[in-house]
Every structure is written in C-alpha cells, then in structure tokens.
Design a protein around this ligand. Structure first.
Ligand code: IMP
Length: 183
C-alpha cells in the first residue's frame, strides 16, 4: 500500500518509497565497495528488516548469503527495554564469516547492543551493522552503526517494515501516524 491508500491514518510522510529506494542504492554501493573480494553474510532481524533485506540484497552487485534472527525485546508500548530473548536463532555457523546485521530502525540501540555481543561470541571474522533508520538516542549509545539510511527525528514511524500493533509494515512509504490511530 501507498501513503495515499491510508491518508487518514497518517500525520505526515517522512520518506517516499522512491526516496527510500534511492538511499538504499547508495548504501548498497558503499557496502559493495567496503566488502570487495569478501562475501558478506547478511543477518536480517525479523520482522521489521524483511523489506530492507529484500531490497538491500538485490541492490548489491556482489554475492552475499542471508540468514535471519528473531528477537523479542521486552518493553511496553513503543519503547524497548534492552532485555532481549532470541525467538529464532541463525541457521548457519558464522565462524570466520563477515557478518552484516540488517535492521529496520535503531532507537535506543539496546536490541542491537545485545545482538552484536551475542554474535561476536561466535567467532565471526567481523560484525557490522546496517540500519535503514536511526533515531537520535542511538547516536549516544555504545552501538557503532556503520551504515545508516536516514537519521530521523525522535518520532514513532511506520512503513517499510516498521509496524504499529502489527500493521503498516506493508506501507511502501514511511510516515508518522495520526493521533486517532493510537486511541
Ligand atoms: P531499540 O532496541 O530501542 O533500538 O529498538 C529497536 C526496535 O524497536 C526496532 O527493531 C523496532 O522493532 C522497534 N522500534 C523502534 N522505534 C520504532 C518506530 O519508530 N517504529 C516502529 N518500530 C520501532
């Protein structure tokens, strides 16, 4: 769906599907250059990173492999707590592999901080992070995000894989929700 299909639910559109696509291609080119001669293992964090994974992997011009993790971050409403539980682990061994975690959004960085630590303990050659969106708080956390699509304001956003109460992941554009959706 596009923003026009659910105009009454949205307060404003932050990025159109075209803007997301354009930026993603730039980030993919950077990743291609940085990993030249090495095959990267993309680790998507379910469920939000599904769209970024699909688009980033296809924008790469080099070979890559893909795997998935699902984590649940205990928290209430729209904030994560940093207490993370692995719901689905990787299917592959990452020993000596160049791992690139693919995320939809980094807010406090707590989820990623746990994930990076967890993956580092498995003996990979490297672990880096790519996220499509990053909120201000993430910049002061101890998580070093190498590839960022867009730095966004501290607002709750939906679309392009990001949900509110399970909905809006299939919105092509990214935007904020109108107040009536929350009530
Ligand atoms: P963190 O641990 O605070 O960095 O939270 C990261 C996770 O919280 C993301 O993977 C999302 O699932 C969720 N999240 C954080 N901000 C948003 C948002 O604006 N919209 C939708 N989900 C969000």
């Amino acid at each position: 769906m596009d923003a026009t299909d659910i105009a009454q639910d949205l307060e404003h559109v932050l990025y159109t599907a075209e803007q997301v696509d354009g930026r993603l291609k730039e980030v993919a080119a950077q990743i291609d250059a940085d990993y030249a001669g090495r095959e990267v293992l993309l680790v998507g964090v379910l469920n939000g990173a599904v769209m970024v994974m699909a688009d980033l992997s296809r924008a790469l011009k080099s070979h890559c492999t893909m795997d998935w993790m699902a984590v649940s971050s205990y928290g209430s409403g729209t904030k994560s707590s940093g207490v993370v539980r692995i719901l689905k682990d990787l299917s592959t061994d990452i020993l000596d592999k160049d791992v690139l975690i693919v995320e939809d959004i980094v807010d406090t960085g707590l989820t990623l901080s746990y994930l990076v630590q967890n993956l580092q303990s498995r003996g990979p050659a490297s672990v880096e992070i790519m996220t499509m969106f990053r909120k201000p708080e993430a910049q002061t956390s101890d998580v070093d995000v190498k590839y960022v699509g867009f730095d966004i304001p501290n607002e709750f956003v939906v679309g392009y894989g990001l949900d509110y109460a399970g909905r809006y992941r299939n919105l092509r554009d990214v935007g904020t929700l109108a107040a009536h959706v929350y009530s």
